[in-house]
Design a protein around this ligand. Structure first.
Ligand code: UDP
Length: 317
């Protein structure tokens, strides 16, 4: 296959580039580098099966030659990023998805949209199944991301139904691993960096909120299988093992052998407004139709991630 991956210099995009290249495909990576980093794909420089194009996908996307698949992964994806970049977040989820679909239609390619567990909002159904419609505040701080992704799903289904474009939608739950940005504000890099520096781990609220963390290699395998499957409707991909943020903080402290303490704080910005209280994917559908389930244990994935961050934290000193 010859595939286009938008957001190729980001955390998930760069791992997807690696996955497709390792499986013998040709990859065109696209990114405007507002949150992506070329460091994530610099190891691909010189690979004749890889081409990087710097481009903002909210504008017309021009690709020469044939394409078999378009994977739309471009978007700011951490709460502090989309608080800082609200308009870009809305545009890439809406206009960017439209451009990616137009390209897929023109090339007769399959399109896969990176959607998110955020479309379930602060969920009233637990664990979240694909048939749950969600509980999203459209005008809250997370609304720019959640509603852009919800619009993205709607326009993808419209292209599937009215233009017969073959489409896939993956709803991605919290994922972690090497190449996350140290300062992206999400709980995994925050806690690991704080533990490695010996600073207190900042647990927002009382630590009873829950998340379910999936290691990146499991996620990209699920996405790869979904692209090749016949499933036209959204599929959750994530790790169903759920834990409280307080327990997660304790796990990070133990694995880093850190002497850090835990501090319970209410951030001054709006980060925890509408912060989902619980989140856990129901992956029954992925198990059934993709024969997929996560393989990597949280602690093994965290150890890999800690080793990725350790030299980066040391370099700050
Ligand atoms: N969180 C926290 N301390 C931090 C960063 C995040 O307690 O320093 C909490 C946050 O309030 C949320 C969870 O950890 O309940 C996951 O946050 P993250 O920003 O990683 O992503 P989200 O799952 O909310 O999109």
């Amino acid at each position: 296959m010859r595939v286009l991956i938008t957001g190729a210099a980001g955390f998930l995009g760069s791992h997807l580039c690696d996955k497709f290249l390792a499986n013998g495909h040709t990859v065109i990576g696209m990114d405007n580098l507002i949150t992506g980093k070329t460091a994530n794909i610099e190891h691909l420089a010189g690979n004749s099966d890889f081409l990087f194009i710097k481009h903002d996908v909210t504008n017309f996307i021009y690709i020469e030659g044939e394409l078999d698949a378009v994977l739309h992964f471009a978007s700011p994806a951490s709460p502090i990023d989309y608080l800082k970049l609200p308009i870009q977040t809305l545009k890439v989820g809406a206009l960017g998805t439209h451009k990616a679909l137009g390209l897929a239609k023109a090339k007769n390619a399959r399109l896969l949209l990176a959607s998110t567990s955020e479309i379930y909002g602060d969920p009233l159904v637990h664990p979240q199944t694909e048939d749950y419609w969600g509980n999203v505040n459209p005008i809250g701080p997370r609304g720019v991301y959640d509603e852009a992704k919800r619009f993205g799903e709607a326009i993808v289904m419209a292209y599937q139904r009215y233009h017969d474009v073959e489409t896939r939608i993956v709803r991605i739950f919290n994922t972690f691993g090497p190449r996350m940005r140290l300062n992206d504000g999400r709980v995994v890099p925050n806690f690991i960096a704080q533990a490695l520096r010996g600073d207190p781990l900042t647990v927002f609220g009382d630590g009873t909120r829950t998340r379910s963390f999936c290691y990146v290699s499991d996620l990209v395998e699920g996405i790869y299988r979904l692209l090749l499957s016949d499933e036209p409707d959204p599929v959750n991909i994530g790790n169903p093992s759920e834990m409280s943020i307080l327990d997660f903080a304790k796990t990070v402290i133990r694995l880093t052998n850190s002497s850090s303490e835990i501090s319970f704080i209410e951030p001054e910005d709006t980060r925890i407004k509408d912060d989902p209280k619980v989140r856990q994917p129901d992956i029954g559908k992925a198990r059934r139709i993709l024969n997929w389930e996560p393989q990597v244990l949280l602690e093994d994935g965290l150890n890999e991630t800690i080793e990725f961050f350790r030299p980066r934290v040391l370099r700050e000193k």
